[in-house]
Design a protein around this ligand. Structure first.
Ligand code: SAH
Length: 227
């Protein structure tokens, strides 16, 4: 058994590494990475590897993203306290907890929240358990459904993160971004190559897309993914 303190030391070492690599930069994101216990989200048999900078298998052939990828996505989204965030692909709930810690820190007056949608009911149950145990469930609303269509009842969103690879950017997600909003989404580009894109909706409603990095994600399912 690894003690809580030992996990905390490992978490700090990983954060220092991601800072040295220039991946973690902003104080709010660094704070969230230091606080959210990844060992509580990975499956029990993978706890020893919670602070390796790798993706890990979860259930239903799905994965939890590597910490550096969560960091790249959180930094690109420029999340701030008060933001309303949509996550497509809850998985374990880890990335949703990170976002919640950034947009709704306990001390902030302006509290945002995260709406996270997952297609597999088994993973919805697993994420709710993890978010409840770690104290984030009051800041994350977990929905079971097809997130390739977004989640209109709570739209518009200041930020959207898609954690599964789409064939192309689903139009409903662009529609559900607020003016000034940001979205990160992995998009397939040919055989086994994916690009993480940052999509910005400018205040006048026009769209600007930037390349962030190459990446590997599980496929997005559903109506605007692989059905
Ligand atoms: N963000 C997760 C990792 C997600 S892996 C974490 O922190 O653990 C991608 C997830 O997207 C998987 O759980 C998969 O089941 C889910 N997914 C795939 N297509 C989806 C869709 N159309 N709607 C909602 N979730 C989807």
């Amino acid at each position: 058994m690894i003690s809580r303190d030992e996990y905390r030391r490992q978490r700090k070492r990983l954060v220092q590494l991601l800072i040295a690599e220039g991946i973690l930069r902003s104080p709010d994101v660094i704070r969230a990475f230091l606080l959210v216990p990844r060992e509580e989200f990975v499956t029990f048999q993978h706890r020893l590897y919670a602070y390796y900078d790798n993706p890990l298998p979860t259930f239903m052939d799905q994965t939890i993203s590597a910490p550096h990828m969560c960091a790249i996505m959180c930094e690109a989204l420029q999340l701030r306290p008060g933001d309303k965030v949509l996550e497509v692909g809850t998985g374990t709930g880890y990335h949703a907890a990170l976002c919640a810690e950034i947009v709704a820190p306990k001390f902030a007056e302006k509290k945002g929240y995260v709406v996270s949608i997952e297609i597999f009911p088994e993973l919805v149950r697993y994420a709710i358990e993890n978010l409840t145990r770690t104290g984030y469930i009051d800041r994350v609303k977990v929905i079971c459904g097809d997130g390739s269509e977004g989640y209109p009842p709570e739209a518009p969103y200041d930020a959207i993160l898609v954690t599964a690879a789409a064939r192309e950017i689903p139009k409903p997600l662009i529609d559900q971004l607020a003016p000034g909003g940001r979205m990160v989404i992995p998009v397939e580009k040919g055989w086994r190559y994916q690009e993480l894109l940052l999509v910005k909706k400018l205040p006048d409603g026009s769209i600007r897309t930037e390349f962030v990095t190459g990446c590997v994600f599980v496929p997005l399912r559903g109506r605007y993914g692989r059905s």
